[in-house]
Every structure is written in C-alpha cells, then in structure tokens.
Ligand binder design. Structure first.
Ligand SMILES: Nc1ncnc2c1ncn2[C@@H]1O[C@H](COP(=O)(O)OP(=O)(O)OP(=O)(O)O)[C@@H](O)[C@H]1O
Length: 241
C-alpha cells in the first residue's frame, strides 16, 4: 500500500487565460494531517479545487490510493471517499441543521437512516450541531456554520477530508474546539488536508506541512521542523510561528 493517500505530481492548472498552478508536487501521507500553508494568492484553494476536479489540471497527475483521478469528475472523486469543505462552506441557510445533514448523507433519506452511532460521534465532536438540530442553518454563528460544514463532510465515513481555512474568522475559544475535533477525527483514522492561514492552528495540528508560493510548493516536510525553525518560517511565510 502506498504511504501517500494522495499525490500531486507536476500539476499545472489554468483558470481561463490565467496560468495559476505551475507544477505542484504534494504528498498527503495516509493517516496524517497535512497543512497547506502560504501567502494570499499562493494557489492553495486552486490546488484543492484541482484535487476535487472542480478545475482540471492541464498537465501533471493527481492520484488517490494509486488511482489516477486527474481527469475524473467531481462526483466520482467524492464517491472514492474524498470530502471537501470549501471556504464558502456550502451550507443551505434556509434549511435546518438536520436538513443540511440529511442532504449531505447520500444513503439516508430520513434522520433515522443516518447511522446513529456516527451521528452521536459527530454530536460529541460538535455539540452545536445537536443543540441547533432543528434551527435554520443561516442563524448559526460563523464558528457553528464551520462545524456544521465539517459535520456534513463526515456524515458518512470518508478516507480523505479536505477543508479550506477552517479557522477563518473564528474566535480563539472556537478555534480550540475545532483543533480538538480535528485531532479526534485524525485519531479515528481519517487522512486530513487543511489549508490554513492561522499559523498557531497549523502548528498545533499539523504532522506534515507543504508551503506554497506563486503556484508551486516551495517547501515540504514535517510541521515540527518548520515550527522549530524561525528563519525558515520568515523566508517562506514572512513571519514566525
Ligand atoms: N476564478 C479565477 N479567475 C482568475 N484568477 C483566479 C481565480 N481564482 C483564483 N485566481 C487567482 O489565482 C491565484 C491563486 O488563488 P488561490 O485562491 O488559489 O490562492 P490561495 O493561496 O488560496 O489564496 P487565499 O488564501 O487568498 O484564498 C490568485 O492570484 C488568484 O487571484
């Protein structure tokens, strides 16, 4: 079995006339939490969208479990066990939390059909999801919406969870809750890829890190190594952890 669940090799992506990714190499080790860092506009979101088939790579390859998914359609990629939470979160504001969860559960048509043990586990990770079960999702706070978005992504078992900036705009207490939840998710065996701007969040959760700049990965290694090396942080990110 390949040690890397996901691998990008030489991935180039164009958006219309713009050449955004210039040969991204990225490895996401199985069972680990990988942080994708980088300045604004470095190409992190474009990388996630290319993995999900929402943009198509013009060159290079994306492989999942050794299977080439470079040209696969998004539903097919999702069907292989990949869940993606975009920055916009994809929540239906007019629907209740419960309805949002049901829509995310492909196999369930009623709340009773969602695997009960799994639902209780999700409630334990994100108590707000249970508390506001029958409330319109649009009424939730930013942090609660983010928790609902991640809960939707894991309503059924997934092999790979990809989340774009889960800590964005959240208060420190909510960020701590989010860190605990991701740590528990990882302990359950899910491989996780997170885009982050919050360096402390990255430092506390990451096993592996990749740093992007100008559409390529300019550094890859262990999170601890980067966390311990202030000079490297300055040169890669313009700041220290
Ligand atoms: N739809 C689009 N059309 C044209 N250019 C785009 C589009 N989406 C992104 N870009 C450009 O691609 C580059 C990379 O954007 P991307 O969103 O991937 O960066 P990012 O690292 O995720 O940054 P941020 O943290 O600001 O979201 C940026 O220069 C951006 O302006």
């Amino acid at each position: 079995m390949n040690a890397n669940l996901l691998e990008l090799k030489g991935v180039q992506t164009h958006i219309g006339a713009y050449h955004i990714l210039h040969g991204v190499n990225l490895a996401v080790p199985r069972g680990q939490l990988t942080m994708l860092l980088g300045r604004n506009g470095a190409g992190k979101t474009t990388t996630l969208r290319t993995i999900m088939g929402l943009w198509k790579a013009s060159q290079g390859s994306v492989t999942l479990n050794g299977q080439d998914i470079t040209q696969a359609a998004t539903p097919q990629i999702a069907g292989l066990g990949v869940a993606y939470v975009p920055e916009t979160m994809g929540i239906f504001a007019d629907l209740t939390v419960k309805e949002n969860m049901l829509l995310a559960a492909r196999a369930a048509r009623t709340a009773q059909q969602i695997d009960e043990k799994r639902l209780q586990w999700i409630f334990s990770l994100f108590p707000a999801v249970e508390k506001f079960w029958n409330h319109p999702a649009g009424k939730l706070s930013g942090g609660q919406k983010q928790m609902l978005a991640v809960s939707r992504a894991i309503v059924e078992p997934r092999e790979l969870l990809i989340v774009d900036e889960p800590s964005k705009g959240l208060a420190p207490a909510i960020i701590n809750n989010m860190i605990d939840a991701f740590a528990q998710l990882k302990a359950s065996g899910v491989t996780i890829l997170l885009v982050e701007q919050n360096i402390n969040f990255a430092k506390r959760l990451g096993d592996t890190v990749a740093v992007m700049d100008n559409g390529i990965v300019v550094h890859a290694g262990s999170m601890k190594q980067l966390a311990d090396d202030e000079e490297l942080q300055h040169s890669l990110l313009g700041l220290a952890l």
